[in-house]
Design a protein around this ligand. Structure first.
Ligand SMILES: *Cc1c(COP(=O)(O)O)cnc(C)c1O
Length: 361
C-alpha cells in the first residue's frame, strides 16, 4: 500500500483506520449480507448510525438537549441560502463579518434574500486577517451575525471565536470544525460541509439551537427548512447514507484521539512545523495571513516568483506530497493540514521546504 502525503483542501485526507473499517464492512455490514450503501435509510442499522453520529457530535462539542445535529445535502454552499431563508424575515437585518472568499459568497446569497449589513470586512489588504473588535459594528438588533471561522482559500482563521452576547451567532466552520475546543453553546447555528475535516463529500452538518429553530420562518419549501429535518431526525428524504456513515466513523476516531483537546494539540504541532519552515526562510516563503490570523488548517504562502511556485508543486509531488497548489483564485501554495493529516506529512513538507530553499533560495 502506498498512502501519499495528502494536502488536499477538500475533499481531503481521511483517517486510515476509518477507511480500513469502511473497507472491512463494505460487502457485509454487520452480518446483513449487504453494504450500508445498499440498505434502506429506514433500516434499524442506518437509524443507529444516524443517532450515533448526532450523539457523538454533541458529545464532542459538549452540547445538551437544546441542540440538534442535522445531516443535510447541498454542501456549505446551500447553507449560504438556507440560513436567510429560515432566519431572515422581511423587516429584519442580517449581519455578516467577511474575512475571505467563502464569507463573500455567504453575503451575496443573503443579499438576494433580505436586508444585509456588513458588520466588518477585511477585503482591503486582501483578506490577510480577522478584524479587530473595534472594526466590527453591528446594526440594531441583527437577525443573526454570520462569520467564517476559517477561510479555507486565504488561510485566515479566528484565533479565538468572537462573542456578541445575545445576538444569534452563526458560523460557517466547514474547514475547521472539530479541530479545537470552543464554546459551542455560544452559537445559534453552526454548519460545515463534511469533506474537509470530518468526513467525505456529500453530507453537510448543521448544529442548531432548538430554541432558535423555533423562531424560524415557516414559509420556505419543506426541503429548505431546518425544522423539517429536525422533526424527522435528518430522515425527511433519503439522506447521504454513506457520507453520514463515514462521518460517524470519523467522529469515533476523534473520540479515540482524546476528543477536541487531543486533536487540537496534534493540529497545533502540525501547523507550527510548517509555519516554522516559513519563518526560518528569511522571506523566501511569505505567508499570506498576518501572524495573528494564521490558519492552523490551511497554510497559505507565496514564493518569490510564480515559476518557482510551479516548480515547488511539481517537485513536491515527485517527492510524494500532493494537493499543494493554492486555490486558482489566489495562486501560491496552500498546505491543508486537517485533523486526519499525520504529523509525518507536516514533517516531510517542512523538510522539503528547507531543501527547496537551499537549492533555489
Ligand atoms: C469548502 C467550503 C465551502 C463550500 O463547501 P461546499 O460543500 O463545496 O458547498 C464553504 N465554506 C467554507 C469555509 C469552505 O471551506
Amino acid at each position: 500500500m502506498n498512502r501519499i502525503h495528502n494536502f488536499n483542501a477538500g475533499p481531503a485526507v481521511l483517517p486510515l483506520p476509518v477507511l480500513e473499517q469502511a473497507q472491512a464492512e463494505m460487502l457485509d455490514y454487520q452480518g446483513r449480507g449487504m453494504s450500508i450503501l445498499e440498505m434502506s435509510h429506514r433500516s434499524k442499522e442506518y437509524e443507529a448510525i444516524n443517532a450515533e453520529a448526532e450523539s457523538r457530535l454533541k458529545g464532542l462539542l459538549g452540547l445538551g438537549d437544546d441542540y440538534r445535529v442535522l445531516f443535510l445535502q447541498g454542501g456549505a454552499s446551500l447553507q449560504f441560502a438556507m440560513l436567510p431563508l429560515n432566519f431572515l424575515p422581511a423587516g429584519a437585518t442580517a449581519n455578516y463579518i467577511v474575512t475571505g472568499a467563502w464569507g463573500e459568497k455567504a453575503v451575496e446569497e443573503g443579499q438576494k434574500l433580505g436586508a444585509v449589513h456588513m458588520a466588518a470586512s477585511t477585503v482591503e489588504g486582501g483578506f490577510r486577517r480577522v478584524p479587530t473588535p473595534g472594526e466590527i459594528s453591528l446594526s440594531d438588533s441583527p437577525a443573526y451575525l454570520h462569520f467564517t471561522s476559517n477561510e479555507t482559500i486565504q488561510g485566515v482563521q479566528w484565533p479565538q471565536l468572537p462573542d456578541f452576547g445575545a445576538v444569534p451567532l452563526v458560523c460557517d466552520m466547514s474547514s475547521d470544525i472539530l479541530s479545537r475546543p470552543f464554546a459551542a453553546e455560544k452559537f445559534a447555528l453552526i454548519y460545515a460541509g463534511a469533506q474537509k475535516n470530518i468526513g467525505p463529500a456529500g453530507a453537510t452538518v448543521v448544529i442548531v439551537r432548538q430554541s432558535w429553530l423555533e423562531t424560524a420562518r415557516k414559509d420556505a419549501p419543506a426541503i429548505l427548512r431546518y425544522a423539517t429535518f429536525a422533526k424527522n431526525n435528518s430522515l425527511y428524504n433519503t439522506p447521504p447514507v454513506f457520507a453520514v456513515y463515514l462521518t460517524n466513523l470519523v467522529l469515533g476516531w476523534i473520540d479515540a484521539q482524546g476528543g477536541l483537546a487531543g486533536i487540537a494539540a496534534a493540529n497545533e504541532r502540525k501547523a507550527s512545523t510548517v509555519y516554522h519552515a516559513i519563518d526560518r526562510s528569511s522571506g523566501f516563503y511569505r505567508g499570506h495571513a498576518e501572524v495573528g490570523s494564521r490558519s492552523q488548517m490551511n497554510v497559505t504562502f507565496r514564493l518569490p516568483e510564480e515559476g518557482l511556485e510551479k516548480q515547488f508543486v511539481a517537485e513536491a509531488q515527485a517527492a510524494g506530497m500532493v494537493g499543494l497548489a493554492g486555490h486558482r483564485s489566489v495562486g501560491g501554495i496552500r498546505a491543508s493540514l486537517y485533523n486526519a493529516l499525520p504529523q509525518a506529512a507536516a514533517d516531510a513538507l517542512a523538510s522539503f521546504m528547507d531543501e527547496f530553499l537551499r537549492k533555489n533560495g
